[in-house]
Design a protein around this ligand. Sequence first.
Ligand SMILES: Cc1cc2nc3c(=O)[nH]c(=O)nc-3n(C[C@H](O)[C@H](O)[C@H](O)COP(=O)(O)OP(=O)(O)OC[C@H]3O[C@@H](n4cnc5c(N)ncnc54)[C@H](O)[C@@H]3O)c2cc1C
Ligand code: SF4
Length: 510
Amino acid sequence: MKTLRLILGDQLNSNHSWFDNAESNVYYIMMEVATETSYATHHIQKVVGFFASMRNFSADLKKKGFNFEYIKLTDKTNLHSFEANISRILERDKFESFEYQLPDEYRLDQLLINFCLTLKIPSKAVDSEHFFSHRNELGDFFDGKKTFLMESFYHYMRKKHRVLMVGDAPVNGKWNFDKSNRKKLPKSTKPAPPLEFENDTTSILKEIQDADCKTIGTIDAKRFLWPVNRRQSLELLNHFVDEFLPHFGDFQDAMTPNDWSLYHSRVSFSLNTKMLSPLEVINAAIAKWEGDKNSISYNQVEGFVRQIIGWREYMRGIYWLKMPDYSKLNYFENTNKLPDWFWTGKTKMNCLKFSINQSLDFAYAHHIQRLMVTGNFALLAGIDPDEVDAWYLGIYIDAIEWVEITNTRGMSQFADGGIVGTKPYVSSASYIDKMSHYCGSCYYDKSKKTGPKACPFNSLYWNFYDKHEDKLGKNPRIGMMYNLWRKMKPDHKAELLEQAQYYLEHLNDL
Ligand SMILES: Cc1cc2nc3c(=O)[nH]c(=O)nc-3n(C[C@H](O)[C@H](O)[C@H](O)COP(=O)(O)OP(=O)(O)OC[C@H]3O[C@@H](n4cnc5c(N)ncnc54)[C@H](O)[C@@H]3O)c2cc1C
Ligand code: SF4
C-alpha cells in the first residue's frame, strides 16, 4: 500500500523502527510551516536550530535511500498548515494510507486526530519510541491517589528499567542524593568552556527573515553553537560526561555571571527533538561513572539520571494526564503583566539581568536560573501565568509545551495549586546569594528589606506569603515561614508590605 508518513520537527529519531528498512512504497514528509513559527514568539536560535536539524535529518535519511519530501518555509507550494500540505500531497500522489508518530503536544495531537477523521484513506498513529514511559503510565501509576510525587514515580521508573539498581534495592542504599548537591561555586573555580559548534546557518536565517517571522534574541548564524544533527548531539553528550559529569551534582544549583552553563549537559534540545534518546543519555553517564568511580562520585551520576528518568518522564506524564485544562490553571489568580525588561534584560537586578541576558544571547538558562531567578520573581510579582508561559515557551531552545508548561505553570508558578510540586518555589535574596555570585555587585542591597536600594526579592517574598495565607497557611512544608511572619512586629510587617507595594507598582523600573 502506498503510504505517506509525517515526521514532526521534534521527531528526529533516526533509530525509530520506521527507519529499519527503506521501502519503495513508503514516503516521508517533513515541513516548516508558519503556524509553528508563530504560536509563540520564539528565540531566533530556536527556530534556526529546529529548521537546521530537521533539514539535516531529512537529508541523512534521503542519502540512506528513504523517500523524503521536505517543504521549506519559503517554498512557493507551501500552504503553511500541516493539514493543507498533507492533503495536497495525499491527493497529488494518490496515497492509499497515512501514518504519523504520536505528537508530544496536545495541540498537534488534536489537530492530527481531527485531520485523520476527514480522510477517506486509512490512517494510523504509532509510538515515537523515545520515552521510558507511555503517555498514560503516570496516570495509571497514581490512579486512585490524591497527590502525585515525583520521587515515587522515579523509584518506579528505576525499578522497572533496572537503572542504578542492585537486585530490588537502589545502588548505595539510597534513592536520592540531592542533599549532596547544593554547593556554591568557589570564586576561583573555572569550569571547562562549554562545547559550542560552528554551524553555518546564514542561509536558513535569511529564509526566516524573508518570511517575516517574528523572533527574539540574538544569533551568530555563521557559527551557530547548538548541535544540529545526531553526530553533534552525541559529541555534546560525550563532552558532558568527560568534562562536566564529575561535578554535575555538586554544582547543579550554582549560579554565576561568568559562565552560562557551568557543569550542565545542555542536551535538552537534542533530547526534546529526539536526536538523542533518554536511554542512551543516562547509559553514557552511568558507563562513565562505572569506568571511573575514583573521580566521579555517585551523587553526580544519580543527580543526572534523576533529572531524565525522574523529572522529565514525570512532567510528560502530568502533561498527558492534565491537559488541556492544565494550560488554564491560575491558582493564585495572578493578573500582573510581565515587566518589559524580561524581553530586553534591562534591569538593575543583577540576578535577573544576567539570567535574562544569557537567555537572549544563548536561548539557554539552567534549571535554577529558570526556577529561582526568573520564575521566582514572576511568582512574587504576581504575573499572569499565561504571560510567564509565553515567555518560557519562546525564549528557550528546548521549549516544547509538554515540558515547558509543566515546569513553568506547575513547578515554577504553582498555578496548578500543587499538582507538580508540594510547595511554591519562592525565595528572598538570601537563597540567591547563597547559590550565586550575583548579589555582590548588584545595584540593590541583598541584606536590606526596606528603604532605598532594598533588594526587591526581600519584601516581595513576605508580601507573597501574606497575600496567599488563605491558600498556603496550612501547608506543612511552609509552616515555619508562616510562624516567622506571624511573630513579626506589626510595624515591621506594615513596612515590608508597603515596600512590596511600591515595587509592584513600579515593576518596569526595577
Ligand atoms: C520555569 C522552567 C521552565 C522550563 N522549561 C523547560 C523546557 O521548556 N524544556 C525543557 O526541556 N526543560 C525545561 N525546564 C527544565 C530544565 O530547566 C531544563 O531541562 C534544563 O535546564 C535544560 O538544560 P540542560 O540540558 O543543561 O539540563 P541538565 O541540568 O544538564 O539536566 C539534564 C537533563 O535533565 C532533564 N531535566 C532536568 N530538569 C528537568 C525538569 N525539571 N523537567 C524536565 N526535564 C528535566 C532535561 O532533559 C535535561 O537536559 C524548565 C524548568 C523551569 C524551572
Ligand atoms: S541583591 Fe537582590 S536583585 Fe540583586 S542580585 Fe541579589 S537577589 Fe538579585
